[in-house]
Design a protein around this ligand. Structure first.
Ligand code: ADP
Ligand code: TZD
Length: 580
């Protein structure tokens, strides 16, 4: 037997693979097993074949919601969430979420099919013609296009690395229609795939930066720690807790960092926020930016005399992005690295003999806290009719306390601000919300992803306006039978339901919706459970039942339409309201 026969046999057996298969294989090889999608030309077969190959393909009613789902899956798992869309309009619908992921530092990959390059580039009017790569670039952390099947492995690998390494963000991957059907030798295809090794390498802070940070912290008379969603993302929960507890420094959690330590922790200064920020002399930021949510680190919030004046605080900033320091005010001690490595370096340098902050600072914060908590308890104990935000959220507060593993999704204006301050969180990464942009529409997409990746009960507290942005996805909740309880705090409009048309015509005012709308009927159309609650007792009963049954549920919670303020807590950013 010579060499001839085996050669013939190999030729006969030559197997081929194609672009569809290679995309699926590349994702699977990298442990990316869930796709948030909306099918259509040219990716319908990709969704089908991915499902056939055992990937979880969750199909949405609008790409924006699929995109938000992918973005928060990235936050919760540290793996890029995958959103898959069709070309042009589908891509644009998904793009909002990609920009949101980049803005919030969540790892996500938007994969969109695209039309024929040669027609698009000559602008000859192809079906769904759009130069998607060019449009995605400024909104994404990185953007790539793959033209040849043998480059799919590299394209997916680059997208994964770009999404999760350093400061995470949204990555766009452009896959033209022609790519999917390209056929290549299966073994060449297999060998072209890349399993990404160590996609988010640790970044160890320099010893001199650690020393500088600790010297500054040691000098503080009134230190404060601020935990941001970067700290929540980092999953360094026990080290962060040790750092806070060993130093004895009071801390403030940003919205999505709530629960990193329980909100009921004795060092939590949330209830004394407006005292702690201007009072502090050294502030250690852990995965939090000094953006608008922290009044840019200056101005009256920080004890500055005027709107833009520095309050005199010195800042230590732990962040993976070296460019973040000095973005708004001077950072005296930047500590660049991943939060896990930075916090553990601080812990080992601190050892066991750290002197707690001066008692007068701790006592002053404690006093403020006690007074504010007492005031809030009084308000929460009231039972007005109709129900208001406080009496409804008092119920949610109890339910979350009894179910600390549940994920809380939250959007709206008043519905957001009141929930954030009233509902305590007890465990890390349990609160997910509108994020850095204060965006409406994350609701149902977040619910789907949170239920799917954590398998926990999800509770969504939604303003009625906020809910409307993604409301059709209640069908998705029902289709996948997800344990999601949506509570719509219904006050008949954006912020409130009381505005009147200043011109006196038949049109409602711009902020007002159909009065007495029954959002609960919406979910019933798809076989979910609808409930209508006009009192805290009815709300409690409906929520308890939803959590007991784990059935997709929507509770229409009727709130006093006069309750709430324009823009919630950020009225000062609203030009006309400011004038009033
Ligand atoms: P918040 O809105 O909660 O204040 P931000 O989104 O403003 O939080 O800030 C998050 C910060 O965390 C970003 O500056 C980002 O670079 C940083 N970050 C994200 N992940 C990590 C990580 N693993 N290690 C260090 N820093 C991180
Ligand atoms: N569009 C998008 C995408 N994001 C936004 N933040 C807005 C519009 C403006 N906006 C807010 O900032 S809050 C809000 C809108 C429309 C809705 C507030 O009404 P709600 O909540 O019913 O959701 P409350 O509890 O009644 O205030």
């Amino acid at each position: 037997m010579g060499t001839v026969e085996p050669q013939i046999a190999t030729d006969v057996q030559t197997q081929h693979t194609d672009g569809f298969q290679l995309v699926i294989d590349a994702l699977k090889l990298n442990g990316l097993d869930t796709i948030y999608a909306l099918p259509g030309i040219p990716i319908t077969d990709l969704t089908r074949r991915a499902q056939a190959e055992g990937l979880r393909v969750l199909s949405f009613r609008h790409e924006q919601n699929a995109g938000y789902a992918a973005s928060i899956a990235g936050f919760l798992t540290q793996k890029p969430g995958i959103c898959l869309t069709v070309s042009a309009p589908g891509f644009l619908n998904g793009l909002n979420a990609l920009a949101h992921a980049t803005t919030n530092c969540f790892p996500m990959i938007l994969i969109s099919g695209s039309s024929e390059r040669e027609i698009v580039d000559l602008q000859q009017g192809d079906y769904e013609e759009l130069d998607q790569l060019a449009i995605a670039k400024p909104l994404a952390k990185a953007a790539y296009r793959v033209l040849h099947a043998e480059d799919i492995g590299v394209g997916v690998a680059r997208a994964i690395r770009a999404a999760v390494s350093g400061r995470p963000g949204g990555v766009y991957l452009d896959l033209p229609a022609k790519l999917f059907a390209q056929s290549i030798d299966a073994s060449i295809g297999k060998n072209s795939l890349i399993k990404v090794v160590d996609p988010a390498p640790k970044q160890i802070p320099a010893p001199e930066s650690v020393k500088r940070a600790l010297d500054l912290l040691r000098s503080a008379r009134k230190p404060l720690i601020i935990l941001g969603k970067g700290a929540a993302y980092a999953q360094a929960d026990s080290d962060i807790r040790s750092l806070v507890e060993k130093t004895g420094i009071p801390y403030l959690p940003m919205s999505m960092a709530k629960g990193l330590l329980p909100d009921t922790h004795e060092q939590c200064a949330s209830a004394a926020r407006s005292f702690a920020l201007p009072g502090a002399d050294v502030v250690m930021l852990i995965g939090a930016r000094l953006n608008w949510l922290l009044s840019h680190g200056k101005g009256k919030t920080w004890g500055g005399k005027g709107h833009k004046d520095w309050g005199g605080q010195k800042f230590i900033q732990l962040d993976i992005s070296p460019q973040e320091a000095d973005s708004n005010v001077r950072i005296d001690a930047p500590l660049v690295g991943d939060i896990g490595s930075c916090v553990s370096a601080l812990l080992s340098a601190i050892g066991s003999g750290w002197a707690k902050p001066p008692a007068d600072w701790l006592n002053a914060i404690q006093e403020k806290k006690t007074a504010n908590v007492a005031k809030m308890s009084e308000t929460l104990a009231k039972n007005p009719s109709p129900m208001n935000f406080h009496s409804a959220l008092n119920v949610v507060r109890d339910i979350v306390k009894a179910n600390p593993d549940a994920i809380l999704v939250n959007e709206g204006a008043n519905a957001l601000d009141f929930t954030r301050s009233i509902v305590d969180m007890y465990k890390p990464r349990k609160r997910i919300d509108v994020g850095t942009w204060g965006i409406m529409g994350i609701g149902m997409g977040y619910c789907v992803a949170a239920a799917v990746v954590t398998r926990q009960q999800v509770i969504a507290i939604e303003g009625d306006s906020a809910f409307g942005f993604s409301g059709m996805e209640v069908e998705t909740l029902c289709r996948y039978n997800l344990p999601v309880c949506v509570v719509v705090l219904n006050n008949n409009g954006v912020y409130r339901g009381t505005d009147v048309n200043p011109a006196g015509g038949p049109d409602a005012a711009p902020t007002v919706f159909v009065k007495g709308a029954r959002y609960d009927k919406l979910i019933e159309a798809f076989g979910g459970v609808g409930a209508h609650a006009t009192t805290p007792a009815e709300l409690r009963k409906a929520m308890e039942e939803a959590l007991r049954s784990r059935k997709p549920t929507l509770i229409n919670a009727v709130i006093d339409e006069t309750a709430g303020t324009e823009s919630g807590r950020i009225t000062s950013l609203n030009p006309s309201a400011k004038k009033k």
